[in-house]
Design a binder for this molecule. Structure first.
Ligand SMILES: C[S@@+](CC[C@H](N)C(=O)[O-])C[C@H]1O[C@@H](n2cnc3c(N)ncnc32)[C@H](O)[C@@H]1O
Length: 278
């Protein structure tokens, strides 16, 4: 399992920083609303929020699910879920602390209308998770998730158009290289998840790809700085203390304007278990 699935997330400081970011800025609520809408929840009875963290995605699901639906938010980081349990109270919502790969042990076989997974799937053992999702979905049930553009290898045209001005991430890399001799970061091969691999894993699990869209998220430099201040996302990823990471971030941010807009790309995937129901 990738490292940050076990460490990093189950930490009070990270969980509080993440929840505060998700409440203050639109990044996770907007992407969660998009995925929940694609899951077609109007008639749903049971919905799983996979890798649900502090509950931003569960909130979007609850807004679209019927009054008698059951929503299960599953995540393996108790620190993240403690915040969700404290801040999100809805009788339809329950919390399960478990690995996504173990989903089939926590939901009835063939009894789930939709599984929604925001900003997390590439952190999991993807073939194992797809297999587990296949076991719990009902025929016609939907599996909706997104993959960060860097991991999926996609760039939205808006991001290409704006690539003339440097991103905070690239400024951080430049400063780390200049002042500490750090080599440029790259997405490691084990965490890459392009559409070709998604399609192959879905087919192997018995699921059908029905939509794959590249979307763009427009964020201000101020929002990117807040996101890069969440300990689990702070950069450079390896070999620096959090204080050093924040010192580099301050220098990088000083070279930008707070309201400058930066574009991040996502690959959004909708899959379905083929069957008689729609
Ligand atoms: C970026 S957060 C997303 C949380 C939520 N979906 C949202 O949009 O706010 C990623 C979450 O994935 C969880 N996670 C990562 N790998 C996991 C795994 N293998 N099983 C369960 N949860 C996992 C982490 O604990 C973390 O809470």
């Amino acid at each position: 399992m990738p490292q940050d699935a076990l460490t990093g997330w189950d930490d009070e400081t990270t969980a509080e920083a993440y929840a505060s970011f998700a409440r203050t800025y639109p990044m996770y609520s907007a992407s969660s609303r998009d995925l929940a809408a694609r899951a077609r929840l109007a008639e749903s009875r049971t919905v799983v929020d996979l890798c649900g963290g502090t509950g931003a995605t569960a909130e979007a699901i609850l807004a679209l699910a019927p009054p008698r639906a059951e929503v299960v938010s599953l995540d393996n980081a108790p620190a993240m879920q403690r915040i969700g349990r404290r801040t999100l109270s809805d009788p339809r919502l329950s919390w399960v602390t478990a690995r996504a790969e173990e989903l089939a042990e926590h939901a009835s076989a063939g009894g789930v209308d939709a599984v929604v997974c925001n900003s997390a799937i590439w952190k999991t053992d993807v073939p194992a998770v797809f297999g587990a999702v296949r076991r719990v979905l009902r025929p016609g049930g939907r599996f909706v998730f997104n993959i960060g553009g860097g991991f999926a290898g996609v760039t939205h045209p808006d991001a290409q158009a704006r690539s003339v001005s440097p991103t905070l991430g690239s400024l951080i890399e430049q400063i780390a290289a200049r002042e500490y001799g750090t080599p440029p970061a790259s997405v490691s091969g084990t965490r890459r998840l392009p559409l070709t691999a998604v399609r192959r894993y879905l087919t192997a699990a018995g699921l059908t790809l029905i939509e794959a869209d590249v979307t763009a998220q427009h964020t201000t430099m101020a929002e990117r700085r807040a996101w890069l201040s969440i300990p689990v996302f702070a950069r450079p990823e390896h070999g620096f203390s959090y204080d050093q990471q924040m010192a580099i971030l301050r220098k990088a941010y000083a070279q930008t304007r707070p309201d400058d807009v930066t574009v991040t790309s996502w690959l959004v995937v909708v899959a379905q278990l083929n069957g008689v129901q729609g």
